[in-house]
Design a protein around this ligand. Structure first.
Ligand SMILES: *[C@@H]1O[C@H](CO)[C@@H](O)[C@H](O)[C@H]1NC(C)=O
Ligand SMILES: *[C@@H]1O[C@H](CO)[C@@H](O)[C@H](O)[C@H]1NC(C)=O
Ligand SMILES: *[C@@H]1O[C@H](CO)[C@@H](O)[C@H](O)[C@H]1NC(C)=O
Ligand SMILES: *[C@@H]1O[C@H](CO)[C@@H](O)[C@H](O)[C@H]1NC(C)=O
Length: 515
């Protein structure tokens, strides 16, 4: 039997449609018909995997055919039925498709967790093709054996719901699309200077006064609904509350937490009112203990970026307090960060901060702090990891999705471990594409994110040495963009002059390029 092993070259029919590329795939040359247009998943039955099967059957078989006959069996084995999704959740799976499956040698999916099973379903869905002339489904290139697992555990997108409000349905659509690219994190930049769209039970004036309008707010139930929706799709929702900068909207409801009404941020470090409010808000979000509350996610992002201390030194009440403490601006910034981190730690959270906190405080930060690299041209990764701190990679100008001139090829060429010693690779948790919200709302968020985020998804999922040739990846990338379009995701033409531009004229999905 002719079998081809590919780790580097994605040239066979079977893998020509797979995105992101699996860790390992072997294929044959037989076309396996799926005569009755459906699969029957037998063996394991857990609630999350059952829900996943219900979602995927119509995605795998979008054209209805005569389904009167029996469906083809897929034997499922899932080791651990846990419904908990965290950073260390195993997403590996094996998918084996014999040349001619029988009840004794069926198609099999094996995974450690229900979430690995979901990743296998996505791969399977990308292998099934429809023949419009015969009106039948088939899989090309059987037998197929796939062994797959992600290169990095943290692979996501940041969505900013402060610069523009993003309705829950918009965020659910984003979550759907993340799962199609095997991404597993929605980093929810919930609030910022421009608006505070969250209804805090402890401090209700935050949302009431700080949001754009009555309708542009999330209730706690909205949040838990989204978090559960995402979990069922293998997507962790990680909240960010950015302090002490990026917080001017807080003063609308609680002016005492800001230096003054005319100089509003960074938040006022000189009064306990500020930290009491932060503690109350964090309790609303975390339930006050590990793995609880609206965001059971262990990681919590505390921002800490772009702190301009002028409002501290220019406000008498604050500068007098700084003098009393013997604090300069950086001491005050350090005090603020440490105090907020300890509130989050007391609620069982591990914290992430934007890279400025590393640049200011380095190894005086709590060693469990995760550094989020973002500054344009930043090369902070090697020193952060050399000091034993963990890293998430999102460099502006490369993985910032609001940078409309950045092409998918630039995003694909990025390497989060660049310059980092091999023994420290395990400290690189992964990365995120950042969808800052200044020019993105429901009208254009999907086409700003997609298809470029897929370049990031393959960089973070697939082995490095199989995914270095961008030209080789291009046909698969174009195909994946059409795959997203077929599922109703508004992925823009993939090689536009400017990201998210609509097609410039008539043409097939694969031909939509530079206009
Ligand atoms: C990729 O790297 C792995 C591990 O170092 C190695 O086993 C494999 O042969 C490499 N594949 C290619 C195509 O270089
Ligand atoms: C799924 O099953 C587990 C274990 O039986 C249970 O704890 C969990 O609540 C169930 N989840 C849903 C969404 O029904
Ligand atoms: C399709 O259904 C027919 C009629 O029930 C059955 O004979 C055939 O085995 C089925 N095909 C598969 C692949 O299960
Ligand atoms: C402010 O809070 C700190 C820490 O909880 C406490 O030590 C201090 O006494 C408080 N200050 C006032 C004025 O209440």
């Amino acid at each position: 039997m002719f079998r081809l092993t590919i780790t580097a070259l994605a040239v066979t029919l079977a893998s020509a449609t797979l995105w992101p590329l699996p860790k390992q795939i072997t294929t044959g040359s037989t076309t396996l018909p799926i005569p009755n247009g459906s699969f029957k998943f037998v063996g394991q039955s857990e609630n999350d995997s059952d829900l996943a099967v219900k979602r995927y059957i119509p995605l795998i078989f979008p054209h209805s055919v005569d389904e009167s006959g029996d469906a083809l069996d897929i034997q499922v084995t899932i080791d651990d039925e846990s419904s908990e999704l965290q950073l260390d959740t195993d997403e590996s799976y094996k998918l084996s498709i014999p040349e001619s499956p029988t009840s004794d040698t069926p198609i099999t999916i094996t995974s450690k967790t229900q979430f690995g099973f979901m990743r296998a379903l996505e791969t399977l869905s990308q292998l099934v093709e429809f023949d419009f002339d015969a009106e039948t489904y088939s899989i090309e290139g059987a037998p197929i054996d796939i062994e797959d697992s992600p290169r990095f555990p943290h692979r996501g997108v940041l969505v900013d719901s402060s610069r523009h409000f993003e309705p829950i349905q918009t965020l659910k659509n984003v979550v759907d699309s993340l799962a199609y690219a095997k991404l597993n994190v929605l980093h929810w930049h919930l609030v910022d200077s421009q608006s505070f769209p969250f209804d805090s039970n402890s401090y209700p004036l935050l949302g009431k006064m700080g949001s754009y309008s009555q309708e542009e707010r999330y209730t706690p139930n909205d949040v838990s609904d989204l978090v559960e929706y995402a979990r069922q799709r293998g997507v962790r929702v990680m909240v960010e509350i950015d302090t002490p900068g990026h917080a001017a909207s807080w003063c609308e409801g609680y002016p005492e937490v800001c230096p003054s009404t005319t100089c509003t941020e960074p938040l006022n470090p000189s009064t306990n009112a500020t930290f009491d409010l932060i503690e109350g808000l964090f309790k609303d979000l975390t339930g006050g203990e590990a793995k609880a509350g609206l965001f059971p996610e262990t990681l919590m992002h505390l921002g800490g970026d772009e702190v301009n201390t002028d409002c501290w030194t220019n406000t008498d009440a604050v500068s007098d307090w700084m003098d009393e403490q013997g604090f300069d601006e950086d001491d005050t910034y350090a005090y603020f960060i440490a105090r907020v981190q300890s509130i989050a730690h007391s609620m069982g959270r591990e914290v992430i901060g934007w890279e400025e906190i590393w640049n200011h405080f380095g190894t005086s930060l709590d060693p469990s702090t995760i550094i989020h690299q973002w500054l344009p041209g930043s090369k902070v990764g090697p020193e952060v990891t050399e000091a034993g701190y963990r890293l998430i990679w999102s460099t502006d100008g490369v993985w910032y999705l609001d940078g409309l001139g950045v092409t998918w090829k630039d995003m694909y060429a990025a390497e989060p471990t660049e310059g980092i010693a091999e023994e420290n690779f395990n400290l690189v948790l992964g990365g995120e594409g950042c969808m800052w919200g200044e020019t993105a709302d429901t009208s254009d968020i999907q086409q700003t994110i997609w298809p470029r985020l897929a370049a990031i998804s393959e960089r973070l999922w697939s082995p490095k040495n199989g995914t270095q040739d961008v030209e080789e990846a291009a046909p698969r990338f174009a195909e994946f963009r059409c795959h997203l379009n077929r599922r109703g995701i508004a992925a823009a033409p993939y090689d536009n002059e400017e990201a998210r531009n609509a097609p410039g004229g008539p043409g097939g999905c694969l031909d939509q390029r530079r206009v």
